[in-house]
Structure formats: structure tokens, C-alpha cells
Design a protein around this ligand. Structure first.
Ligand SMILES: Cc1cc2nc3c(=O)[nH]c(=O)nc-3n(C[C@H](O)[C@H](O)[C@H](O)COP(=O)(O)OP(=O)(O)OC[C@H]3O[C@@H](n4cnc5c(N)ncnc54)[C@H](O)[C@@H]3O)c2cc1C
Length: 499
């Protein structure tokens, strides 16, 4: 348990995504009076699920990593991930199908995975080992330096480093593609490694090789599913927040942040209903682009959001399918033949003509996701975010792209079309509208470029009394990182109050 705040403050949290809920839990556990306002009718933000015709699909995250981050968070309410949800560590972390018809599976067991790599690409075992050791070193260094505190203060960052060599250990200079191409001679393994850029909605030809730490995270701490769906984590976080005394308001939009003069300290928020809620501290869990354009217009904040750039968006098919597709595991990736072209298309603002397709078949682990004799498939393709995602997907473009994705699967011998009994599409425009994800960006800001970590909006807001959590702020998107941003903010609030 954290020390109780010497002097409890009133806190308003804007947005009930994972970042907002996690911040609520931490600040209430520290003794503050916390109210959270979420504009939509449900909590969890992008972490959601959808049920229809007897099927259930994730509508956002389908893969949970670093469960210890959530254990740590839930322990503040006297519970754990295992007590509050039904976690399952997957025996296979992912199955990969390459365009040449070859395939390999990564297992929750390094020796078996290495044997699979050798079978796929004889002689690549040592390179796989080198990649794994580097991946572990990057994560172990980044975890205690970049992910435990804010990074805009270079002295504080240096204090968390054991030596200047830590800066080298996180592998920030080469791009992920350069590092992968220098490690593997087999282009399929280069493609495998490059895919991790997309976990941050970014481009392997532009992100630093630091993102190469993700395979270590998956292989050492596991890839997890939750029975009943990943969205049960949002319910668990909401229950923990309530238990700690957070007042959760859904269907309540915040229209403006209120400050004491143009440069002054925040004093609270005005709701869309016109009601004013006073607060000593405001934590924004909304996309930083929405924060600094609409809620607290601030040119400097807008510049910083623009400099960081938007992450990619996603085009999602929710399919209810009769029968069982043997080529699919719980997580399956079907790689395109031209990975470079895919990212050229994305950078040019075009949905890839020949996309890599990710499929989550949650029923492989949780039969309750589909009726007997059927499978529930969440199909995701990376597509660009856009200034106006609504305009980008009008005029039958969504239906045409859904057909393209199904065509890609068909060419890879996954002939789903004639077995589909239920089909829905989620476009970037819907992601933008549902979660106020500016441009439809899944992860908020991108990680492209060596300076991405430093240009991303800071957890310290641009006015006294304002703090920022969530995917568009440090340390970035993805469930565990978003939860870590809440820990950084809670520590920052405690330090500010103490200082
Ligand atoms: C299709 C998809 C697949 C993904 N896959 C994965 C995955 O497999 N693994 C993983 O770890 N991550 C994944 N992610 C990313 C992950 O979902 C996000 O990084 C994370 O959920 C973001 O949480 P957040 O708290 O930052 O923001 P959000 O979830 O966006 O929450 C922000 C909340 O603020 C609310 N809000 C906005 N404006 C206002 C306002 N003015 N007043 C009140 N409320 C407001 C919104 O309604 C929303 O609920 C995926 C995301 C998507 C969309």
C-alpha cells in the first residue's frame, strides 16, 4: 500500500479508459477524493468486447502482456489479476504464416520455439539466440529507466540509469528493421522481428530497435488471455476503483478544463451539461490531441502532439464462422509478401493493397466465445490514421476493403467466405467516434523516429495541476504501458504535493 497522502486533494479524471481507471485506483489508494468522468456509456475505452448472434469478440486489445503490471495495480484494492479475472497463459504465443507457404509457431517455451526456428530456417538458431539476449537486455534496461518515471527531465532519467552504457543497451540508434536485418539472414525472420513495430502502431523502417524488447516480454512473461474476454479486465479495474472510493460517472462528457487565468493552475472541469466540478488536480486520460485542441486549447501542446505524429489505425472484421479453420491458433499472423510496400502504403495514407492480416480466434482458449461448431474471429489489419477518418472510409470503401481482406485470406487457403454466418466491420472512423481516438489512431502517438520517446506528450500537463495518462502520453500505447503511465502520474502527484 502506498503511504496515505498527508493532505488529500480532490481529483477529477477525464476519461475512463485503462489509463483513467488505473490513475483513479492509484490516487484513491493514496487517499485522494477521486471522481472519474467518462463520456461513453461504458468504462474501459478501447478495451472492449462485442457480442452478437451467440459470438463474442474483443473489439480492441486481444493480447495481454506483462500481467504483473495489473497484479501490482489491483493489489492496491486487495485483489489480483487471478482473483479478479480468469487469466490463461497461452501455450503458443503466436502462429506465423509466411507468403511462401511456410509457417512457424512461437511457444511459451524457449527451447521448443528455437527448435521451430531451426525447422523453419536451418542454421538460424544462433541468430535467434542473439536476438533473444539483446531483447532481454533492452527490456531490463528500459523497464528501470524509461518506464518507471517521466523522461523530460534528463537528470531524473540519468538518476535511474546505472551507467551511461544503459543508453546504448536500449538500442536506440538503429531502426528495428536495421537491427533485424543485421541479426537474421532469413528474410522471414526479419519480417517476424519487424512486426513488433506495429505493436506501437509504427513503422519498422522508422522505429528505434528498442521495440525489439517486445519478443522478450512475450516469451518471458507470457501471452495471456482472459476467459470471458479481455474486457473483463476493465470490469475488474472499475470494481477496484469503486472499492477504493472512486466515484465513476459514465455518459458524462467533460467539455472544458477550467484554469485560474490563461496560464494559471487548473481549478476543475466544466461538463458538457454545463455543471462545474471543482478540483485541485485534473488527470486527462483522453487523447492528448483532443486535450490540447478542445479541452484546454494550447498551441505548444498541439505542436508537441503534431511532432510526435499519430500511430496507425486498424481495420477490424468481427466474423462468426461455421466450422473450424485448422490453420488458425489463438493468435495467428498471415504475413504479406511485400512488407516494405505495406509500410510505404501506410506512410502515404493508403490502406495496404496486400496487407498482413492478424487473426485472433479467442474460442481456441475460451469456447464460450462462439456457439458449438463455430469459431469467433477478430481480424485486424493496420491501416493509416487520417485527419478525417470519416471521409476516408465513406462510399462503400469499408465493404470493398473487407472483401479485399477476405480475398487475402482466401488466397492463403483460409476460405472463410462461404462459412461466415455473422460479419461486422469496425473502421478507423468508428474507432475515432467511439473512443474519441483522434484520427482513429489506435495507440495515440507513434514511436517513429529516434526522438519519439522524447517528443511524445509529457505526463506533466502544460498547466500546474494537470497530469496526462494514456496511450498518447509517455510511455505510449498498449495496456501495460498505459497502466504504467498511471503509476508515473501517481508518483508525480505525490512528489509534487510533498515538494
Ligand atoms: C483494434 C485495437 C487493437 C488493440 N490491440 C491491443 C493489444 O492486443 N494489446 C494491447 O496491449 N493493446 C492493444 N490496443 C491498444 C490499447 O487498447 C490502448 O493502448 C489502450 O486501451 C488505451 O487506453 P487509454 O486509457 O490510453 O485510452 P482509451 O481507451 O482511448 O480511453 C480514453 C477514454 O476517454 C474517453 N473520453 C474522451 N474524451 C472525453 C471527454 N471529453 N470527456 C470524458 N471522457 C472522454 C473516451 O470515451 C475513452 O473511453 C489495441 C487497440 C485497438 C483499438
Amino acid at each position: 500500500m502506498p503511504a496515505r497522502a498527508v493532505s488529500p486533494r480532490s481529483v477529477v479524471i477525464v476519461g475512463g479508459g485503462v489509463g483513467g481507471l488505473a490513475a483513479g485506483i492509484r490516487l484513491a489508494a493514496a487517499g485522494h477524493y477521486v471522481q472519474l468522468f467518462e463520456r461513453s456509456g461504458r468504462l474501459g475505452g478501447k478495451l472492449g468486447s462485442h457480442a452478437a448472434a451467440g459470438f463474442r469478440w474483443e473489439t480492441g486489445p486481444s493480447l495481454l502482456t506483462l500481467p504483473a503490471v495489473f497484479d501490482d495495480l489491483l493489489s492496491l484494492a486487495g485483489t489480483s489479476l487471478a482473483e479478479a479475472c480468469r487469466p490463461v497463459r497461452l501455450p503458443h504465443t503466436c502462429r506465423y504464416h509466411f507468403a511462401d507457404g511456410s509457417t512457424f509457431t512461437t511457444w511459451d517455451d524457449p527451447a521448443t520455439t528455437r527448435a521451430e526456428v531451426e525447422a523453419l530456417s536451418p542454421g538460424s538458431g544462433p541468430a535467434w539466440g542473439r536476438w533473444g539476449r539483446r531483447s532481454a537486455r533492452v527490456w531490463e534496461t528500459a523497464e528501470r529507466t524509461f518506464f518507471t518515471g517521466p523522461i523530460e527531465d534528463p537528470r531524473a532519467l540519468l538518476d535511474r540509469m546505472r551507467s551511461p552504457l544503459d543508453l546504448v543497451a536500449i538500442d536506440p540508434l538503429p531502426t528495428l528493421h536495421q537491427r533485424a536485418a543485421a541479426t537474421f539472414s532469413d528474410p522471414r525472420l526479419v519480417q517476424w522481428a519487424c512486426r513488433y513495430a506495429t505493436y506501437a502502431g509504427s513503422d519498422p523502417w522508422r522505429v528505434p530497435a528498442t521495440l525489439g524488447c517486445i519478443p522478450h516480454i512475450e516469451q518471458s512473461y507470457g501471452c495471456w488471455a482472459l476467459l470471458g474476454g479481455l474486457a473483463t479486465l476493465a470490469e475488474a479495474l472499475a470494481a477496484a476503483a469503486t472499492k477504493l472510493g472512486v466515484t465513476l460517472h459514465t455518459g458524462t462528457e467533460v467539455a472544458t478544463l477550467l484554469a485560474d487565468g490563461p496560464e494559471g493552475r487548473l481549478t476543475g472541469v466544466r461538463l458538457a451539461s454545463g455543471e462545474v466540478v471543482a478540483a485541485d488536480i485534473v488527470v486527462a486520460n483522453v487523447d492528448a490531441a483532443h486535450l490540447y485542441a478542445d479541452l484546454l486549447p494550447d498551441k505548444g501542446g498541439q505542436r508537441r502532439v503534431r511532432a510526435a505524429g499519430r500511430s496507425t489505425s486498424g481495420f477490424v472484421l468481427l466474423l462468426g464462422v461455421e466450422g473450424r479453420t485448422e490453420a488458425l491458433d489463438h493468435h495467428t499472423v498471415l504475413f504479406s509478401s511485400g512488407y516494405r510496400q505495406e509500410f510505404v502504403d501506410l506512410a502515404a495514407g493508403r490502406p495496404p493493397a496486400d496487407p498482413t492480416v492478424y487473426v485472433c480466434a479467442a474460442d481456441r482458449t475460451d469456447p464460450s466465445a462462439a456457439p458449438p461448431g463455430h469459431e469467433s474471429l477478430f481480424v485486424l489489419v493496420n491501416v493509416p490514421s487520417a485527419d478525417d477518418p470519416e471521409a476516408a472510409w465513406v462510399g462503400g470503401r469499408a465493404d470493398a476493403y473487407a472483401e479485399r481482406v477476405l480475398g487475402v485470406l482466401e488466397r492463403r487457403d483460409l476460405d472463410l467466405r462461404r462459412r461466415i454466418v455473422h460479419q461486422e466491420v469496425i473502421t478507423p472512423a468508428q474507432l475515432a467516434a467511439r473512443h474519441r481516438a483522434v484520427g482513429g489512431a489506435i495507440y495515440g502517438t507513434s514511436s517513429n523516429g529516434r526522438r519519439a520517446a522524447f517528443t511524445r506528450p509529457s505526463n506533466r500537463g502544460r498547466r500546474p495541476g494537470l497530469y496526462v495518462v494514456g496511450g498518447s502520453s509517455h510511455p505510449g500505447g498498449g495496456l501495460p504501458l498505459v497502466a504504467l503511465s498511471a503509476r508515473i502520474v501517481a508518483d508525480m502527484v505525490a512528489a509534487d504535493l510533498a515538494g
